[in-house]
Write a protein that binds this ligand. Structure first.
Ligand code: NAD
Length: 261
């Protein structure tokens, strides 16, 4: 049996596409293929040319600069969403950052500045963007973000980003509890390691990528396309009974404590 998702007439905002490898782009591709109208936000003007390359020739798309930590940028961005779409059905938060210094050293040495940066950019912005989106979201609306298993188990060098992902997952539950009454769902997609710009800033990522694939029940890593497909499920009516959850798409690697062969 094949399931076709038709999102014509639906609208989405995708935040955090830096280039074609971004998980936000893998999600946007699924939304666009399903006929959804999609707006994009990018952190700074230096990222615009890469996004423009991806959007060229596509209808019903637009983009605007917005640093998710800057309140005025969010006000302006969601003003644009209202102007372009009138309302919003889906919000995709695909944003994270921790200074490299916080991931190179020991976790015990994390500075307050690095802690605040990582948690503000990677977790608090889910709360602030949900707040801006709330008046535009209708019943049936859905919010997703991207997380990683280092929130639950220690992954060497992930350090403060593991704490930020734990905060993101907890924030997902609190938002889901509050917005559920209005028929709005909030979930987070826990992706296995994928080769993106953000991943490049994690020391030893290449080794981590290979080890995750070797230990995964499926004998490989999940793909960005698979992240996109799970996201489509969670955003659309297919996921209508799912909220407040951290849902894994990692070829099963998170269930393993060790592999003997
Ligand atoms: P990416 O570098 O392509 O995307 C990260 C995005 O965050 C970039 O577009 C960047 O501009 C944006 N960003 C950072 N600070 C911002 C700010 N202040 N305001 C607005 N945007 C900001 O990398 P990615 O791997 O696609 O990351 C997307 C999400 O997926 C992140 O939450 C990341 O932690 C998560 N994730 C990635 C992996 C992986 O292995 N790549 C695994 C699990 C989860």
């Amino acid at each position: 049996m094949s399931v076709t998702v038709d999102l014509s007439g639906k609208t989405a905002l995708v935040m955090g596409v830096a280039n074609a490898r971004s998980l936000g782009w893998a999600i946007a591709e699924q939304l666009l293929a399903a006929g959804c109208q999609v707006g994009f936000s990018y952190q700074g003007e230096r990222l615009k040319p890469e996004l423009d390359k991806l959007l060229v020739g596509r209808e019903g798309v637009w983009s605007q600069q917005a640093d998710a930590t800057v309140e005025e940028d969010l006000t302006s961005l969601f003003g644009r969403v209202k102007e372009e779409f009138g309302h919003l059905d889906y919000l995709v938060h695909s944003i994270a950052f921790a200074p490299r210094s916080a991931m190179e050293g020991r976790f015990v040495d994390t500075t307050p500045e690095d802690w605040n940066t990582a948690l503000t950019v990677s977790a608090y912005t889910l709360v602030s963007t949900a707040r801006h989106a709330e008046p535009l979201l209708r019943s049936g609306g859905s919010i997703i973000s991207l997380t990683y298993h280092a929130s639950q188990k220690v992954v060497p060098k992930y350090n403060v980003m593991g704490v930020a992902k734990a905060a993101l997952e907890a924030a997902t539950r609190y938002l889901a509890a509050e917005l559920g009454g209005a028929g709005i769902r909030v979930n987070t997609v826990s992706a296995g390691p994928m080769r993106t710009i953000a991943a490049r800033s994690i020391p030893g990522f290449g080794t981590m990528y290979e080890k995750a694939a070797a230990s995964a029940p499926l004998g490989r890593n999940a793909t960005p396309e698979e992240v996109g497909k799970l996201s489509l499920f969670l955003l659309s009516d297919l996921g209508s009974g799912v909220t407040g959850q951290t849902v894994y798409v990692d070829a099963g690697s998170s269930i393993m404590s060790m592999k003997l062969d």
